[in-house]
Design a binder for this molecule. Structure first.
Ligand SMILES: [Zn+2]
Ligand SMILES: [Zn+2]
Length: 286
């Protein structure tokens, strides 16, 4: 077969990269709530988990529900040391020989809870850094939460991004600037303020949740999303809902109201859905 040198080829049309089924990222939020969080993300060659906050057994079951197996997972990234994010991490790392990634302070805070993890499986990913795991680009950024050094992650491949922000008391302007106009978001929508205020939680716990280092209310989630959503954004999931102080309907209604008030076409330009405690969202390609 004759091969043209680059300079000899005459292109009739501007070269355009065809999108194939192996481009971009696929993801499913396996579980999201105040009692356990885990997100699965894959490229054509690599698979990651963000957090492993349920038992190892439960996460294996959730993976099976989306036709995936823990054997495929190359790395588990951890956001912070709270048990709803790390409960199964030690077990899964040992059972499947998977490296765990977290920042240094988080490692110190969670080490005793994870059980024995060999040194070569302890990976450090500091806040405000960028690294590539397999062929998936990962960006880490600090959030405001009552853990030693909570950080969340954005994942990118082929100019498609999935941004995650849960467990934060507020979303700073810096994060809005860094994370705007992504293809998809998982955004915390923890509580409905009135339900929390008049609910049964002790006052100190209410104060903690409402503080700048607590969790985002439904209204906060709507306001942050109104600033973040752009013309590339196709999917928005609300997550980390409180079992006591929220319902999926309330979260959807409040966030929809805020977004519409800000002239965003909810469920036209992008979909808005709720991620549930132990029911994986459909595996979607970005
Ligand atoms: Zn937390
Ligand atoms: Zn949490």
């Amino acid at each position: 077969m004759t091969k043209f040198k680059q300079s000899e080829s005459k292109l009739l049309f501007p070269q355009k990269k065809l999108t194939t089924l192996t481009d971009g990222l696929q993801y499913s939020i396996l579980a999201s709530s105040s009692s356990g969080n885990c997100l699965y993300i894959e490229s054509d060659q690599h698979s990651l988990l963000l957090d492993a906050g349920l038992s190892g057994r439960k996460i294996e079951e959730l993976m099976a529900q989306i036709d995936r197996d823990m054997i495929q997972v190359d790395a588990i990234l951890l956001s912070h040391e709270h048990s709803d994010h790390i409960q199964g991490a030690g077990v899964l790392s040992r059972r499947y020989d998977i490296p765990l990634y977290a920042n240094e302070k988080t490692w110190k805070a969670m080490e005793s809870k994870l059980g024995n993890i060999p040194l070569e499986k302890k990976m450090v990913i500091d806040p405000e850094s960028q690294m590539t795991i397999g062929n998936i680009d990962v960006l880490s950024y600090q959030v405001s939460h009552d853990a030693v050094d909570a950080q969340f992650y954005a994942f990118e491949k082929d100019k498609k991004q999935l941004v995650t922000v849960t467990d934060t008391g507020y979303v700073s302007d810096r994060l809005i600037g860094l994370l705007g106009n992504a293809s998809a978001y998982l955004m915390e929508s923890n509580h409905e303020i009135e339900l929390l205020r008049y609910g049964s939680y002790p006052w100190s716990l209410k104060q903690r949740i409402l503080s700048d280092e607590g969790h985002l209310s439904n209204e906060d989630a709507g306001l942050a999303l109104a600033d973040l959503i752009g013309n590339q954004t196709k999917e928005v999931y609300l997550g980390h809902l409180s079992d006591e102080n929220n319902t999926p309907e309330m979260a959807l209604n409040t966030v929809t109201d805020v977004l519409r008030f800000n002239d965003l076409a909810v469920n036209e330009d992008f979909s808005l859905q709720v991620a549930l405690p132990e029911t994986p969202t459909e595996l979607k390609r970005l």
